[in-house]
Structure formats: structure tokens, C-alpha cells
Design a protein around this ligand. Structure first.
Ligand code: BGC
Length: 763
């Protein structure tokens, strides 16, 4: 028996990779293990680990496997099934040191089951729901052999012209920071080394959302205070939550591209924040240093990036080519390369890959027979999470909920749009598996009522826009036009509307309009659809707008035309069912806007927490010589934090436990919230603080806490919020993070404008 065991051990060792043979004990100790492995590596093998390669359909797989076996690739992205990735890991196991590959993908808001886009998830203000979406995404991705995601994307977006607004969690630093933490923990689970976890890599570090004019890839020019106070905290929150990776932004910051920015990558990220993980460049970003104008050629670009601490080169063309020469000439040091390799190996260690390179790939016999099998989806969770993310913006005369016995005219280019329902960055989601609004309404209404459908309009009549969207963003053209003349489509929709009790119009943007490289100069619903809405309004039938879009839209006119408006963003695989649940009142909407809706594009910036000014505009008072635009009403169309319900809520008895707060003390802010309507419902009670006067100007208010509460009809509850000195700290002109004694306003409300206020003094 003993002898057999020994033989077994020898047999195991003989097939073990070199690193496992030589350092079996050190596996317990990450640093020692990584250092030991590093010592065994040649320069070529080291540089190979720094190369992250995109696996496109056109890539010669044979060649890739050869490169991997030669130790020239450290990880890949965009190959997303076990059968695809297994041969690559097999190739890695044939390499001299058998260092495992990792497999990465953009798992942003779901993997196979697509959850609502990030902006919609944020609209739920429901940390449990958001966490569940991230955990399920991780489990599905891990089951498909993925080890790491390029997410969460926590860029603060205060300019809705920016197409990637859809991909982030909105405009508010506090809310986005809370979500950043939740998402990292959801992706990584108990440990990133577990088979059902994936490593997070927070992006885009840093400040990508502050691109000038909301134009993608543009420069970021920002004051240090604004950077520290408003834009950096969400990344920091993700790092503090343990994000194993960071993806570096494409933009420059105050004159230096992030990819070459030693202050950002070394001083701030690694030294100040103590980050000890993997820094990955964005796609082609090292090469772009030439276009930015800070590197004269590829060689200099590679040098700047490795010196700045960019460990891995995404879609590498330069590290592999230039690093050997740079080292030979003494322009970079061995330690520059070693430091980067150490992080790559460390990340692989943390992903559990040295223990088992096939941890997430599994055995071939266990591969799913059908990758796209329905049984692999998490539909009920997706439906539940999606309905929590919908925001009711208007409900005149209780137009909603709809009666299930009604005849409903469903119109609009987004009523039957399975691809758009998924939103952009829809990972491995399949449009065939997403539930459209037409599907969802039909499923709920069954035999009781009737849905009559007409498309009514194309997304846009602007051919140049259609061509752009089809050319740029996705693998196949997906904005497909109905070739009938616009008026014919409108006439058909009007006819259908006249035969119905109520009209539901699904309008807004195609998903590609809110995506990378999809910045817009206006925020209107495209004219083709506005013409449709106008014609529908003219029928006199009650009009419900179901908005689908990835950014705030300016819907001033539509807000006047519609009786009810439901903001649904892009609600994911179960979107149609979730929207139907809300439209028919099977779920009472509870979402709140995580970003301000401007009246017009010209009002931008409209984020709620702007700084105080010397000549503020006061509503109701003459505007002369105050800060405003004289040709439109001042203020947003819908403020941050806004959202209605089928019931009503009221706040009363706001109180502070004291009018003073000691530096080490605590203050209790309480308020009673009452469900004053006839149905049960949930709302988000929000707490804002304003530092009234100090050494520098401060925001008019800042979100500092919130609670989402469920109340039965007629029920009331007293909520308590604790305020400490930490909630009052800010970065001053010396970038010192500290609170200043003095007066503070505390506001509690159901949105950022409708608030009650009390005041206290920090001693
Ligand atoms: C995007 C990143 C993404 C990467 C890989 C880039 O174009 O900016 O957010 O992770 O592509 O798909």
C-alpha cells in the first residue's frame, strides 16, 4: 500500500510543471513562489508573460498555440469557451516552465445572462441586487473558463454626451464608490482563487469619464482637488475592496497619458494606495503614446509604458518587439521587466492557476453540451434585478399600471429589438435569448387583453448615423432599417393607436449609440422617433413612453407629450419581462436616477453636486447677473436621485441628535418615511451634506448615505443615519483630506432636490 502511494507521488511529480516540482512548498507563500519562478525564467519567457493577446475569429489558432508553447504569450482575451481555451492552456503546459495562461473578457453586466447595463444597475440603488448580478456574472464566466474580467468600470460620468456613460454607474462619487466595492467583491467572491470566481480589474484608471466635451478619447484636464475629491474615490474603493487588477485609461491627464504616467501608476496607485496587483494597458494604448505625442516611436512608447508600471500590454505589438533591445541598450533595467512579470505571476497565483491551471477550464468530458443552453442562464434573477433598475419618471393621472384586459398599441423601433435590449458590452449574451418588450407584454397579457404592434419608425432616418453605428461598434450590422417610407410607418402606427385603449411607445437609442466611440452632440431622441411620438400624441390616446437609452436624454417635449414615462435603459436578457412587470403593476417601480437629466444638451454640466459660486441663480428670483442660461429654465428636467412609484412617500420629523458634533463623536440624523399611498412599495431615502463655509468652495450638497426601504401601504418607519467626521472630510487646496470645523447642512430627501434640512456645527 505504502509503496503504491509512493509510486503515485512519483508519477504525479513526473507530470507536474517545473514550478510545482521545484517549489512545492513555496506555493503556500506567494512572494517566495513568484521570486523563485522568476529566477528560472529567461528574458524571452519574462517578456512573453507581459503580452496579452486578443483572440479574434481571424486569429490563426495554430500559430497562437505555438507562441504560447514557446512562452511568448502571458494571457489572452476574447476567447470565451472551455473548448477554445483548453488547447491554449495545453500549449502553456507544453512550454518549458509550464506557466499557466489566464483568459480574460469584458464581463461588464453579465456574461451569458445579461443584466441591465451598469447605469441601470446603479438606478436600483440596491446593493444586494447589484452584488447578485456581479456574482452570477462571475460564476457564469468562470464556468466558461474565464479567469479575469476588465470590470468594474467606475469612471464618473458627468457629461452624458460621452457614450461610455452607459457602461459606468453614473455621476456621483459616493454611489459609484459603493458600487465599485460591491462589484469587486461580487466578481472575486470569497477568493479570486476559487473556481467560481473571477479576478476584477477596475477601469479605466484614471478619470476617463472626464474627457473634455464628453468626446471619447479626448484629453482630461482637471484640477487636483476635483480629481481627488470627485473622480478618484471609486477606483480607490475598488482597490480597497481587493481588486486584483487595474486597467489603465486611454486618455491623458493634465498633459501626460495615463499609460505613460509615472505619477498615476507609481506614486498614486502603488505607493499611496498600496496596490499590489496587475496593471494592464487598454487596447493598443502603448502604441497610441506615439499619437499622443509623447513617444517618437514604438521603442520609446514601450519604454515609457514599462517605466510607468504598465505590467501587461493589451493586444501587444510593442513589448514583445522592443523590450529586449531597450534592456540591451540600458534604456530600461532588468528590474523594470522583473517588476512587471512579478505582478503577472502574482495575479495568476491569486487566480489559483498555479494550483490548478485547469481550475476553470475543467475536464473536456464535463464541458457543456450546448454552450448556449437555456439551463445555463439565470433568468429569474435577471428579471428581478432588471425590474429594480427601472425608473418611473412621470405618471400623469395614474396612466400606469396598465390593465391586463386592455388593448395596447405597442409601437416604436425598440419594441422588438433583442440586440438593443442587451445594451452594449453584452459579453457572451445572445440576442436570441433576450426577451423583447413585445415578448414580455404578450407573456403577461395572455388571453386577457390584446397587444397590437407596429414599428412606427426606424431608430433614425440619418443614413450616415446608421452607417457609422453599423460599421464601428459590433461584429455584424445591427441597426437594420425598415425600408418603407417614414410616413407609411407612422400612418400604420397611428392606425394601430386609434384601435387601442392605450399606446406604449418604445423609443430612444440603439445600443450602439451609447457605447465606446459613440459620443453625441445632442441628447435628443432621434427625429424619426420624435415624429412618431408627435403623431401618436395627436391621436389623443393615453401615451406611455418606454425609454431605452444608455445616457440621460433631453426629453423636454416628450415629457409634455407623454402621460407616463418609464426609463428602462437597456434592461438585459429578461428586459421585456421586467418592463412588463412594471407596466402592469406586478412590480412597483423603485429605481432612482444615478445621473441628472438635463433639459437640453446646452445645459451640460448638470451634475447635482456642483460647487458654490458667487452669483448663484435663485429659482423664482430675477436671473440678471446670476449664473444661468437666460434662454431656458434653470435646473434639470429630472434631478439626480429622482424616481416615482405607484405609491407615494412622505418624509417627516427630520431630526439631528445634537446641534454639534465632536471630532471623534457621532451624530444621528433621523427621519420618518411613510408610505402614504394605497400599494406597497420601495423607495430610496437619501442623505446629503453641505459644508456651508470653509477654506475653499465646496459642493452645494453631496450624497453621503442612503437607505432603500420597503413599506407596506400606510406603513411608516423611522430611519437613522450616523454622521461622523469622516463624512465631512474633503481634499483642501494642499490636497490634505480633513474636515474643517464650522456649520454643516444635512438634507434628507427622496431625491437630491426635494429635501428637508437641519444644521449642525462641527466643533
Ligand atoms: C476598451 C476597454 C476594453 C478593451 C478590451 C477597449 O477598447 O476601452 O474598456 O476592456 O477594449 O475589450
Amino acid at each position: 500500500m505504502k509503496k503504491l502511494c509512493l509510486l503515485g507521488l512519483v508519477a504525479t511529480l513526473a507530470t507536474q510543471p517545473v514550478w510545482a516540482e521545484t517549489t512545492p512548498v513555496a506555493l503556500k507563500d506567494k512572494d517566495a513562489f513568484v521570486s523563485d519562478l522568476l529566477k528560472q525564467m529567461t528574458l524571452d519567457e519574462k517578456i512573453g508573460q507581459l503580452r496579452l493577446i486578443s483572440i479574434g475569429p481571424e486569429m490563426p489558432r495554430e500559430l497562437i498555440r505555438k507562441e504560447i508553447a514557446a512562452g511568448r504569450i502571458g494571457g489572452t482575451f476574447n476567447s470565451i469557451t472551455r473548448p477554445e481555451n483548453r488547447p491554449m492552456q495545453d500549449a502553456a503546459m507544453r512550454s518549458r516552465l509550464k506557466i499557466p495562461m489566464f483568459f480574460a473578457y469584458d464581463v461588464i453586466h453579465g456574461h451569458r445572462t445579461i443584466f441591465p447595463i451598469s447605469l441601470a444597475l446603479a438606478s436600483s440603488w440596491d446593493m444586494d441586487a447589484i452584488g447578485r448580478s456581479g456574482r452570477i456574472a462571475a460564476q457564469e464566466a468562470a464556468a466558461d473558463s474565464l479567469d479575469i474580467t476588465f470590470a468594474p468600470m467606475v469612471d464618473i460620468s458627468r457629461d452624458p454626451r460621452w457614450g461610455r456613460t452607459s457602461e459606468g454607474f453614473g455621476e456621483d462619487t459616493y454611489l459609484v464608490s459603493r458600487i465599485a466595492e460591491v462589484m469587486v467583491k461580487a466578481f472575486q467572491g470569497v477568493s479570486a482563487a476559487n473556481a467560481d470566481s473571477i479576478m476584477a480589474s477596475v477601469k479605466h484608471f484614471a478619470l476617463y469619464g472626464a474627457v473634455e466635451g464628453g468626446r471619447d478619447y479626448n484629453v482630461v484636464d482637471i484640477s487636483p482637488v476635483k480629481m481627488y475629491q470627485d473622480y478618484l474615490p471609486p477606483y480607490h474603493a475598488a482597490i480597497k475592496a481587493g481588486s486584483g487588477g487595474v486597467m489603465v485609461a486611454l486618455n491623458s491627464i493634465n498633459g501626460v497619458p495615463a499609460t505613460a504616467n509615472t505619477w498615476l501608476m507609481n506614486d498614486l496607485l502603488r505607493k499611496d494606495w498600496g496596490f499590489k496587483g496587475l496593471a494592464v494597458s487598454d487596447h493598443g494604448a502603448i502604441f497610441e503614446l506615439i499619437k499622443h505625442g509623447v513617444a517618437k516611436d514604438g521603442r520609446e512608447a514601450a519604454k515609457l509604458a514599462i517605466k510607468a508600471g504598465i505590467d501587461m500590454s493589451m493586444n501587444d505589438s510593442l513589448y514583445g518587439k522592443e523590450l529586449p533591445g531597450l534592456l540591451k541598450s540600458g534604456e530600461i533595467e532588468q528590474s523594470d521587466i522583473d517588476n512587471a512579470v512579478r505582478e503577472v505571476l502574482g495575479a495568476k497565483y491569486d487566480m489559483g492557476l498555479f494550483k490548478d491551471p485547469y481550475l476553470r477550464i475543467g475536464k473536456a468530458e464535463d464541458d457543456p453540451a450546448d454552450t448556449y443552453a437555456e439551463s445555463r442562464l439565470h433568468r429569474s434573477e435577471a428579471r428581478d434585478i432588471a425590474r429594480r433598475s427601472l425608473v418611473l419618471l412621470k405618471n400623469h393621472n395614474n396612466t400606469l399600471p396598465l390593465k391586463k384586459s386592455a388593448t395596447i398599441a405597442l409601437v416604436g423601433p425598440l419594441a422588438k429589438a433583442p440586440i438593443d435590449m442587451m445594451g452594449s458590452w453584452a459579453a457572451a449574451g445572445k440576442p436570441e435569448q433576450s426577451v423583447t418588450l413585445l415578448d414580455g407584454l404578450n407573456a403577461v397579457i395572455g388571453e386577457k387583453g390584446k397587444i397590437i404592434y407596429a414599428r412606427g419608425a426606424n431608430i433614425t432616418n440619418d443614413k450616415a448615423v446608421v452607417d457609422y453605428l453599423n460599421f464601428l461598434n459590433f461584429d455584424a450590422p445591427e441597426v437594420v432599417d425598415d425600408t418603407r417610407p417614414a410616413q407609411v410607418m407612422i400612418d400604420e402606427a397611428v392606425k394601430v393607436a386609434k384601435d387601442a385603449d392605450v399606446v406604449v411607445a418604445a423609443v430612444g437609442e440603439s445600443r450602439g449609440m451609447s457605447h465606446e466611440s459613440s459620443s453625441r452632440t445632442d441628447l435628443n431622441i432621434p427625429q424619426s422617433q420624435r415624429d412618431l411620438i408627435k403623431a401618436l400624441k395627436a391621436t389623443g390616446k393615453p401615451l406611455v413612453l418606454v425609454l431605452m437609452n444608455g445616457r440621460p436624454l433631453s426629453i423636454l417635449e416628450e415629457n409634455q407629450q407623454a402621460d407616463a414615462i418609464l426609463e428602462t435603459w437597456f434592461a438585459g436578457t429578461e428586459g421585456g419581462n421586467a418592463i412588463a412587470d412594471v407596466l402592469f403593476g406586478d412590480y412597483n417601480p423603485s429605481g432612482k436616477l444615478p445621473i441628472t437629466f438635463p433639459r437640453s444638451v446646452g445645459q451640460i454640466p448638470t451634475y447635482y453636486n456642483h460647487l458654490t459660486i458667487g452669483r448663484p441663480f435663485t429659482p423664482g428670483k430675477p436671473g440678471n447677473y446670476t449664473s444661468q442660461y437666460f434662454d431656458d429654465t434653470t435646473g434639470p428636467l429630472f434631478p439626480f436621485g429622482y424616481g416615482l412609484s405607484y405609491t407615494t412617500f412622505s418624509l417627516s420629523d427630520m431630526a439631528l441628535s445634537s446641534t454639534t458634533l465632536n471630532k471623534t463623536g457621532k451624530l444621528d440624523a433621523s427621519v420618518t418615511v411613510t408610505n402614504t399611498g394605497k400599494v406597497d412599495g420601495e423607495t430610496v431615502v437619501q442623505l446629503y451634506i453641505q459644508d456651508v463655509s470653509g477654506s475653499m468652495i465646496r459642493p452645494i450638497k453631496e450624497l453621503k448615505n442612503f437607505q432603500k426601504v420597503m413599506l407596506k401601504a400606510g406603513e411608516e418607519r423611522t430611519l437613522h443615519f450616523t454622521i461622523t467626521e469622516d463624512d465631512l472630510k474633503f481634499y483642501n487646496t494642499q490636497l490634505k483630506f480633513a474636515a474643517e470645523p464650522g456649520e454643516f447642512n444635512v438634507q434628507i430627501g427622496l431625491d437630491s432636490q426635494d429635501v428637508q434640512q437641519q444644521t449642525f456645527e462641527l466643533l
